[in-house]
Design a binder for this molecule. Sequence first.
Ligand code: NI
Length: 225
Amino acid sequence: MMLHIPELLTREEVAECRRLMAAAEWVDGLTTAGAQSAQCKRNRQLPEGTATIARLREIMVTALMKNKLFFSAVLPKQILPPYFNHYEGGGYYGNHIDNAIRYAHGSTEGIRTDVSTTIFLTDPEEYEGGELIVEDTYGRHEVKLPAGDAIVYPSTSLHRVEPVTKGARIGSFLWTQSLVRTAWQRAMLFELDMNILKLRSQLGDTPEVVALTGHYHKLLQQWAE
Ligand code: NI
């Protein structure tokens, strides 16, 4: 399941991020790539250990944790610190699948990468190319969203970023370990939750709505780790 989250960040938050990133030093993106993906990556990233990346990460994670769509679709157990990617002048990231386990910078605790999230920080009019292409069992998806919007997809999907042929594409990228390991179970819980919300707004808290809500929580209790 791929999920588009519109306006995850406000325009003010996007503007603050853009100011911070414009003043930052960027480094070669190969520092974070695995052995296979290192062969097909050309971009720049923000280095670890600066006040800039700490503030940017705070903005991203705070917005994600208060977003109801993200919470319901991802059921986050642990969010790895977001990265920030800068593509220009033909920069790209070829087809790859992300490592199943990642370690936060300086940490020895492995986090399972269940869900990938890309947050767009430049608008589509600012660059050419740079589409995020995700291929999964439901086919090929091409994603290019307004600044502040996010896309969420299972980390097991093959994906790439097309070459940026004009302008610059800046985005944030992060992995989440979910309380629910398996993608179809997360998709089912999400669909159930969204339909219960709709029923509640149409009917109020009828006994049936309350019973369905109970079923949602029983399923989550069974499936959550
Ligand atoms: Ni990737």
